[in-house]
Design a protein around this ligand. Structure first.
Ligand code: 13P
Length: 343
């Protein structure tokens, strides 16, 4: 794909007033989410659940792209139609998670490095041949006593940049996801400092590896206090802190920013996204990029809890999934309100 093709795909993903659905849980993560709600952990259960998601009527009204996992991209509905085909017919661009997970970083106790660069060029070629148009790689940065280290931030930022360069070579738009985790007792300000340092490092390495910023998407965390901090922040404080850090670190050439949800309650993630888009709409706003969503849990979790593996509950689960997708779509216009939530 040419540079123009990459730019066009990136704009269709983040510049069309819609967001992304992450349904790219690895088998291990998917099984864990299933176990938590009492669903059997089999390949068939994972396939049936992903079929429920991709066949949800009207999903394409609010979702521009869906991120799949290696097992899922090869799967089909029960009547034999590939998930890729179903998504494309719904107007949803298929993408693929290509990292193979965060592993312990040698020499840096308590910190992680995301792996998956070995053989990536060949895997990207295969996924592009199957119809994927974009990819995703998640790096995690842990906060704690003396953490994160410079070594962890730099190693992950360089790895993200090498992944992004390989994606663009293969004609896939890279979603670059450096996630500063919510776990811990840190303050909102500390999350802001670490997010700022991480994003600076990521964009320095993207530049060093010659990644075309116009043909990529940033998927950051929102700036939040740690889950264990008794002083939680208001929706507006989160929105202001997040926008401030992004303005300081993300070049205007990037076509859009798509947030991860990181385990936030679904309705709170919608409210925070809404507040950021209200800031973006204010006359004094300097924001050069659309702020959209690329949520997994904050879109899927209510549907998963309704489904619980039962055929009879598929339609109710699809209603819940569409409702969360629609709520987040409303948040992109600053039109989301708690009153939209089902009783
Ligand atoms: P969450 O929205 O559940 O954080 O997942 C997004 C994602 O893609 C994580 O890699």
């Amino acid at each position: 794909m040419t540079a123009t093709g990459l730019i066009d795909t990136a704009r269709r993903l983040v510049g069309a007033g819609k967001g992304l659905l992450a349904m790219d849980e690895s088998n291990g993560t998917c099984n864990k989410r299933f176990a938590d709600v009492g669903i059997e952990q089999t390949e068939e259960a994972r396939r049936a659940y992903r079929e429920l998601i991709v066949t949800t009527p009207g999903l394409g009204d609010s979702i521009s792209g869906a991120i799949l996992y290696d097992e899922t991209i090869r799967q089909q509905t029960s009547n034999g139609t590939s998930f890729i085909k179903i998504l494309c017919e719904a107007g949803i661009i298929p993408g693929i998670k290509v990292d193979i997970g965060a592993k312990d970083l040698a020499g840096r106790p308590g910190e992680k490095i995301t792996e998956g660069l070995d053989g990536l060029r060949d895997r990207l070629k295969e996924y592009a041949g199957m119809g994927a148009r974009f990819a995703k790689w998640r790096a995690v940065i842990t906060l704690g006593d003396g953490l994160p280290s410079r070594g962890c931030i730099e190693a992950n930022a360089q790895t993200l940049a090498r992944y992004a360069a390989l994606c663009q070579e293969a004609g896939l738009v890279p979603i670059v996801e450096p996630e500063v985790l919510m776990a811990g007792a840190h303050t909102l300000e500390r999350c802001g400092e670490v997010t700022q340092e991480t994003l600076h490092s990521v964009f320095k390495h993207l530049y060093t590896q010659n990644v075309m910023l116009e043909g990529m998407i940033l998927k950051p965390n929102m700036v939040l206090p740690g889950l264990l901090n008794p002083k939680q922040a208001s929706v507006d404080e989160v929105a202001e802190a997040t926008v401030k850090i992004l303005l300081r670190t993300v070049p205007a050439a990037v076509p859009g920013i798509a947030f991860l949800s990181g385990g936030q309650p679904a309705e709170l993630a919608s409210a925070r996204l809404n507040a950021m888009n209200l800031l973006a709409k204010s006359p004094a706003s300097l924001l050069p990029w659309p702020l959209v969503f690329s949520f997994a849990r904050a879109i899927q979790q209510p549907a998963l809890e309704i489904w619980r593996g039962e055929e009879a509950r598929v339609v109710a689960a699809q209603d819940a999934l569409r409702h969360r997708a629609h709520s987040n779509w409303k948040a992109l216009q600053g039109d989301y309100s708690a009153a939209m939530e089902l009783a």
